[in-house]
Design a protein around this ligand. Structure first.
Ligand code: NAI
Length: 401
């Protein structure tokens, strides 16, 4: 067994967290029972590059339980939970991940995982997909990639459109059972629980600026409004902007919103959404956080150039003193706040996303001859997952005449 983690003695605490979430992942548990008989996962290697916390660890455990050899790393070192990594290593899963790993370590872990020559891949953000394109010698057994998030799906679609996607890639994110729930309610709730947990401050009565009104942004905005915040949305898409207005948010360019916000949350998937021209205009005491996949939505380097090195207030809060006796606060170093600074999505929500992952891995492994290209998750898998959740929740619905 191979692993590279911070501290194996943390395994017991990590295992408690995994066991707790596993209890509530009812769709995943029902699918495990269904797939167990079919032996599709047996003697297969599954490589995973995904935020490494308790719920993803549970997914890794069930894939191992179904008979596969699992290799796992984290898609973002700021969200990696070291105790969970230790628990996986103890269970014989090949885990290469450390909280706070450097960029160089990050890519060396991806190399270690992909060198296992996996039959199927769970990717989150598209870095493993990119690495496999650069190292085709690792893809001799590859049946397909299941991509978790918006950013990774756009990268896969872009490769497909230019004819350079060399492997089958299933866009988990674009399944209804994913984005309607995970991006919206999951990011919405967990961004605010992480904010409250880190700062111990109220959301009600604050002016919250949400950059981007896609599925994540609308979840973050809706929950903030529900808690009594005054919500401003910034957008570049005119339809999304009008939707935000119709939902009761104020809409304006970031240049204007910068002066008004008490709390800024970026959810665009794009670079440098908050940058020096905005920091200059912000109020004393403004909080900055990112809920998009990559760490680049807040220009932290630009902030450091303006303010000098930050003062670490406590774990995951940095104070940047600016001119005119103003300070602004960066949460979770600009990493994905709900996972880097909190517990991530609620369990029931990731149960849907990981039900889709498990059923899509099963699909890819049982269709080893799919042609290279982008594939939506088959409708029957999407429907199976949402219906399993309804069943697990004891909800029945009418049928069309
Ligand atoms: P989306 O594509 O539905 O929404 C993004 C929105 O940002 C779009 O409406 C777009 O017009 C807007 N936008 C782009 N550039 C902008 C700019 N300069 N200013 C203002 N708005 C701008 O994407 P979705 O699903 O909401 O995902 C957003 C990001 O969050 C992605 O990186 C995704 O991978 C990530 N994500 C994070 C999760 C979490 O747990 N925090 C969960 C799911 C996705």
């Amino acid at each position: 067994m191979k692993y590279c983690i911070h501290d194996i003695t943390l395994a017991e605490t990590g295992q408690q967290k995994i066991d707790w979430v596993g209890k509530w992942m009812k769709v995943v548990n029902r699918l495990v029972q269904k797939f167990d008989k079919e032996k599709i996962f047996q003697e297969k290697r599954v490589a995973m590059c995904i935020h490494l916390e308790a719920k993803t660890a549970y997914l890794a455990e069930v894939i191992q339980k179904l008979g596969a050899e699992v290799w796992i790393t984290s898609s973002n070192s700021l969200s990696t939970k070291d105790d969970v990594c230790a628990a996986l290593a103890k269970k014989g899963i090949h885990v290469f991940a450390k909280h706070g790993a450097s960029e160089k370590e990050y890519w060396s872990y991806i190399d270690a995982i992909t060198a296992s020559k996996p039959h199927a891949v769970v990717d989150d953000g598209g870095d493993m997909c990119r690495y496999l394109h650069e190292h085709p010698d690792y893809t001799t057994h590859l049946c397909g990639i299941c991509e978790e998030t918006t950013t990774g799906v756009s990268r896969a679609k872009h490769l497909a459109a230019t004819g350079s996607l060399k492997y089958p890639s299933l866009g988990i994110n674009d399944a209804l059972s994913k984005y309607l729930f995970d991006n919206r309610y999951g990011t919405g709730q967990s961004t605010w629980t992480a904010f409250a947990h880190l700062t111990n401050m109220s959301i009600s009565g604050k002016c919250v600026v949400v950059a981007g009104y896609g599925w994540c942004g609308r979840g973050v905005a809706t929950i903030a409004a529900g808690m009594g915040a005054d919500v401003i949305v910034t957008e570049i898409d005119p339809w999304k902007a009008l939707e935000a207005k119709m939902e009761g948010c104020r809409v304006m360019p970031m240049r204007d919103a910068a002066k008004e916000g008490d709390i800024f949350i970026t959810t665009t998937g794009e670079k440098n959404i908050l940058r020096p021209e905005h920091f200059k205009r912000m109020k004393n005491g403004a909080f900055l956080a990112n809920a998009g996949h990559f760490n680049y939505e807040i220009d932290v380097e630009g902030l450091k150039k303006m303010a000098g090195n930050p003062v670490k207030v406590h774990d995951d809060i940095e104070e940047f003193p600016l001119e005119a006796n103003r300070s602004i606060y960066l949460l979770a170093q600009g990493g994905i706040i709900n996972i880097a600074g909190g517990l991530g999505h609620p369990v029931e929500i990731l149960d849907l996303s990981f039900g889709l992952q498990l059923a899509s891995l099963h699909y890819v492994l049982s269709h080893p001859n799919l042609k290279p290209g982008y594939y939506p998750v088959p409708r029957e898998i999407d429907e199976l997952v949402v219906k399993e959740r309804l069943l697990a929740d004891g909800v029945s619905i009418d049928h069309a005449n």
